[in-house]
Design a protein around this ligand. Structure first.
Ligand code: HEC
Ligand code: HEC
Ligand code: HEC
Ligand code: HEC
Ligand code: HEC
Length: 336
């Protein structure tokens, strides 16, 4: 009798072992291909799957200019005047996934879903439906996690759209490569995707380091305040003004923007005696050339200053050529 029980137990444990082996086999082969395919992942994006497992990241992205890259009225208005917009504009504003068209290659216009602009899939998904990014510690079940340095050292990835030499007005990457920031090992995410430690998905069991999907830039007052240092020194009947570019690239970074150095000299009664505005933009230098501040550049401006005069210096930011002066934003100010 005891022998029989032993035999049963033996057979039982062999089968359990077998089942475990099988289970193990299937779970490891899952890494190679039993996750959803690209077309199901695309479907999942549209039906709100990404949002349900990554609510925090989704919320940030949804408010960002990437989510609005297509719907942005400023973009739509500008593109509406371009005859071949489908070829020369739309491909970057509603692109196919860049891991499929190739990092660094000119993006291609998506066949559908233009409204989601630069979407999660644009930056993350590969041709097999795998999701690329930093090293993760939870199996997503829905998609494969693929560790990729292109995301943790985000320069070339961004350069796919922000670094095409044929589109200089949207190129921040070329000048970034000459900057001190690049030499110090910074990348585009260092400043535009602030660090955050959090549950990266609803399935995560611990908070891990990641980055905010906000892509804050000139629409953030704080970013503008940190973009440049403004300095003033009075000596020998002169006011020497210094502007030091602290953004990681040309300043302003975008071709449509203008930075204005506004200088007012006031007499002892506080009346304006002299007023000058020096504009810096991609097309405002002599002969319509680019007179923007180069990375890390310190540029000096010298004005005559008679005795008993005070000087008010402001650095102002103008979003679009049509933005009225009343809406320019003050980046820095000195009154002495
Ligand atoms: C190589 C990719 C690429 C192409 C091609 C492209 N864009 Fe853009 N566009 C961008 C990027 C990247 C930004 C955001 C960065 C920036 O503002 O420099 C942008 C921003 C803009 C903005 C600024 C919107 C704002 O918020 O002020 C406008 C307007 C715009 N693009 C219009 C166009 C038009 C019109 C065309 C076609 C003539 C075009 N773009 C072609 C990548 C591209
Ligand atoms: C069933 C839940 C679930 C769904 C649906 C889901 N994800 Fe994930 N995703 C996860 C989990 C879990 C992780 C790992 C998080 C961790 O380790 O904390 C992850 C990680 C990621 C990563 C990082 C991958 C890596 O290796 O660095 C990206 C990018 C990502 N998801 C994007 C998406 C996108 C885009 C969608 C929609 C198409 C999506 N996810 C849908 C659960 C999900
Ligand atoms: C597939 C193309 C593409 C890629 C890749 C891309 N961007 Fe963008 N980005 C755009 C477009 C298009 C816009 C402009 C949206 C608009 O204003 O209409 C934009 C807008 C921005 C803005 C906001 C500009 C503003 O006017 O406020 C920042 C900052 C930015 N991107 C940074 C990045 C960074 C950092 C990366 C890399 C991690 C990156 N982008 C990758 C296309 C791209
Ligand atoms: C040291 C911090 C820093 C780094 C690194 C950096 N940027 Fe910026 N970036 C800024 C600041 C500050 C601004 C706002 C001032 C301006 O408009 O240029 C800005 C502006 C921009 C803009 C213009 C947005 C607008 O609203 O007009 C884009 C696009 C952009 N950066 C993309 C990039 C890309 C792509 C990289 C990587 C090559 C990068 N940045 C690296 C700090 C940085
Ligand atoms: C413009 C490109 C871009 C877009 C659009 C984008 N991401 Fe990311 N994502 C990145 C980069 C770059 C990183 C790497 C950040 C880092 O170094 O931690 C990242 C990281 C992640 C991670 C890993 C956690 C973290 O914060 O590092 C997840 C999960 C993720 N993204 C999900 C999403 C989802 C979901 C969407 C859409 C709602 C989305 N991403 C849209 C570029 C993008």
């Amino acid at each position: 009798m005891a022998r029989r029980i032993f035999l049963y137990l033996f057979v039982f444990s062999i089968s359990v072992f077998g089942i475990l082996l099988l289970a193990f086999h299937y779970s490891s082969s899952a890494e190679q291909g039993s996750y959803l395919e690209l077309k199901d992942i695309e479907q999942g994006f549209e039906s709100g799957k990404c949002r349900s497992c990554h609510p925090a990241i989704w919320r940030e992205w949804q408010r960002s200019m990437h989510a609005k890259a297509w719907s942005d009225p400023i973009y739509q208005e500008a593109a509406s005047t371009v005859v071949d917009r489908q070829k020369s504009c739309d491909p970057c504003h509603a692109p196919e996934p860049v891991l499929i068209t190739g990092i660094g290659n000119m993006p291609k216009l998506r066949a559908k879903g233009h409204q989601s602009g630069v979407s999660c899939l644009t930056c993350h998904v590969d041709v097999n439906g795998g999701m690329h990014g930093p090293s993760m510690n939870v199996d997503a079940m829905f998609h494969a996690n693929v560790t990729n340095e292109a995301h943790t050292k985000a320069i070339e990835l961004c350069g796919t759209c922000h670094g095409q030499s044929t589109v200089p007005e949207h190129n921040q990457v070329s000048s970034f490569k000459r900057s001190q920031a690049a030499g110090e090992g910074k990348n585009c995410a260092t400043c535009h995707m602030p660090k955050v430690k959090r549950m990266q998905s609803t399935l995560s069991y611990e908070r891990i380091a990641g980055r905010r999907h906000t892509w804050i830039a000139s629409r953030s007052g704080k970013m503008l305040e940190g973009a440049a240092d403004l300095m003033l020194e009075k000596r020998d009947g002169k006011a020497v003004i210094g502007v030091k570019n602290k953004s990681g690239h040309v300043l302003p970074g975008e071709g449509l923007r203008t930075i204005i150095l506004d200088v007012k000299i006031l007499n002892s009664l506080g009346h304006i005696e002299y007023h000058e505005q020096v504009k810096h933009s991609m097309m405002l230098g002599a002969d319509q050339t680019d007179n923007r501040f180069q990375p890390d550049e310190l540029r000096q401006f010298i004005f005559d200053l008679k005795p008993n005069r005070s000087i008010r210096v402001r650095l102002l930011y103008c979003l679009l050529p049509t933005t009225p002066e009343s809406e320019w934003i003050t980046m820095a100010e000195i009154l002495e």
